[in-house]
Write a protein that binds this ligand. Structure first.
Ligand SMILES: Cc1cc2nc3c(=O)[nH]c(=O)nc-3n(C[C@H](O)[C@H](O)[C@H](O)COP(=O)(O)OP(=O)(O)OC[C@H]3O[C@@H](n4cnc5c(N)ncnc54)[C@H](O)[C@@H]3O)c2cc1C
Length: 473
């Protein structure tokens, strides 16, 4: 089923959740200024799916159209359609769609549970399919929680048990889990939060090798929101002062599991190192591939902002600045192209199509490098004003407003308010959580480089050079 953004918001409003913002437990969390932008962004994933029929394939499980972000891909075309959907979402909202890690969790649990059952004769896959069917039938918004707080990074998880989500009790009906996941994008605004491990584990660390799903019914889950300068700006309000007031930046939280009971029906991996490794590896690749397409969409948004800024400043004909726009387009298409290459040259894993591992990880690395370059170009084109401009409130102040209007005017084709809106949007891109989200989302660059080092066929490349040079050894 495809529901509308409005339906999603109505359903979300019926949930009771422990959400904390800046030290205060929030009552109407859906309409809180630090949460509403994430709700708007997720709502847009519903509305765009309805608007674009090609993004809503028929599902085998429910025989109905389902959102691309609740779909198990079985062909390169499926993967490509999801990447296109994400690029468009990123460009049109200028922020995270929040459902992407949920989609990656589903696409990685599908093969992991199937392999697990074939190996052990268990019924994890059947349980997973039942749950997936419910997700598709109700068009739930799903997020993905992997990153543990980890504590002292030099210690193994078993020596730092509380810093990793782990099982504290096992009963006939289910498990009780404790721990916390940090940096969680949009979990407070989702219907379902899939919880997967943050890393692979060794023998003796089985208690951490678990995957399960959290629903709004589960008790003991607490959400503590991030609090950056951008969040303060969102609370401060204004029609356009926060730059992207409707959709915000990457709104994240720490999710604390305080002895949360999870019924067996929603436990999809339990203390199995092999299944956990498969789920995690597929998740990382899928997320890095999707992340490259998503970065392309973000860069598209920055290209739009840069081009408008050039016009608002009367600089649109300057070749040196126009060249920067061309370079930004090159980076966007390169990130997208790598994602499409990874989707095209991927592989089947127990019926779920996965992107090419080398290319997906290359997409992460090139995407991060490109993202930095693009933000630098955007800042260069914009001048210093995104971090020095007066506020919307000054512009509207009866005493100083007319003077601010006069001195911040540039090209006659844009009035001061329009120019200030573009300036604030660029401030948002350059100073919000997006840059660090781009660098670390889907794992820090070092994690992707490890995959590239491990999997690259360096020998064949050495061999080619030896042959060219006539070297014997
Ligand atoms: C905006 C944003 C949104 C995010 N959204 C999500 C989400 O929705 N779901 C989710 O699960 N995660 C999410 N993440 C988390 C992201 O996956 C992590 O930030 C990333 O995995 C790095 O973890 P960390 O931030 O804890 O960094 P740290 O672990 O503190 O790492 C810092 C640096 O140290 C290195 N390092 C760490 N440990 C070691 C070690 N033992 N040996 C050698 N080097 C080490 C890392 O490579 C990195 O360079 C998000 C992050 C951001 C910034």
């Amino acid at each position: 089923m495809l529901i509308s953004g409005k339906d999603y918001i109505e359903r979300l409003s019926s949930y009771k959740r422990d959400v904390f913002v800046k030290g205060v437990k929030v009552r109407d969390f859906v309409n809180h200024p630090n949460i509403k932008p994430a709700v708007n962004s997720i709502a847009f994933t519903y509305d765009l799916a309805k608007e674009k029929e090609e993004y809503s394939p028929l599902s085998d499980l429910v025989g109905e159209k389902v959102n691309r972000l609740n779909y198990i891909n079985s062909s390169p075309e499926d993967l490509i359609a999801r990447l296109d959907f994400q690029r468009e979402l990123s460009m049109r909202t200028g922020t995270c769609n929040y459902r992407c890690p949920g989609a990656d969790a589903m696409c990685s649990l599908y093969p992991a549970t199937k392999e697990l059952d074939e190996r052990l004769g268990t019924d994890y896959h059947k349980k997973f399919l039942r749950f997936l069917k419910e997700i598709q039938a109700k068009d739930y918004a799903c997020t993905g929680a992997l990153t543990d707080t980890k504590g002292d990074r030099s210690k193994r998880p078993k020596d730092s048990r509380d810093m990793y989500v782990h099982v504290v009790e096992k009963t006939d009906d289910g498990i009780v889990v404790s721990g916390a996941k940090i940096h969680q994008s949009g979990a407070f605004a989702a219907d379902i939060n899939f919880v997967l491990p943050t890393q692979t584990f060794k023998e003796g660390e089985e208690e951490f090798a678990i995957a399960f799903a959290v629903t709004p019914k589960d008790e003991g889950v607490k959400y503590v929101l991030q609090n950056t300068g951008f969040q303060a700006k969102l609370r401060e309000g204004g029609e356009f002062e926060p730059g992207n007031p409707k959709y915000g930046d990457r709104l994240t939280c720490t999710v604390i599991f305080d002895n949360v009971f999870i019924p067996w029906e929603r436990v999809f991996i339990f203390e199995d190192l092999k299944a956990e490794r498969k789920a995690l590896t597929n998740f990382a690749n899928s997320h890095r591939c999707a992340g490259a397409a998503c970065k392309a969409g973000f860069i598209d948004s920055m290209i739009g902002a840069a081009s408008l800024m050039l016009k608002a400043n009367g600089l649109e004909k300057v070749p040196a600045l126009r060249q920067k726009l061309g370079e930004m387009v090159g980076v966007s298409e390169a990130a997208y192209g790598i994602a499409i290459g990874a989707a095209t040259k991927g592989f089947d894993d127990f019926g779920a199509r996965q992107p090419n591992v080398l290319m997906a990880n290359a997409g992460k690395i090139i995407g991060v490098e490109g993202f930095n370059k693009v933000i630098m170009h955007l800042a260069d084109i914009a001048g210093g004003i995104p971090v020095t401009a007066p506020s919307e409130f000054d512009l509207k102040n009866p005493e100083i407003g007319a003077l601010v209007e006069k001195y911040l005017q540039a090209s006659p084709n844009f009035n001061t308010e329009e120019r200030l809106k573009i300036i604030k949007f660029i401030e948002f891109w350059a100073t919000s959580s997006h840059l660090l989200g781009g660098i670390h989302g889907g794992g820090s660059p070092a994690a992707a480089i490890i995959f590239l080092q491990m999997l690259a066929d360096i020998n064949s490349k050495e061999g080619a050079v030896k042959e060219t040079l006539g070297l014997k050894k």
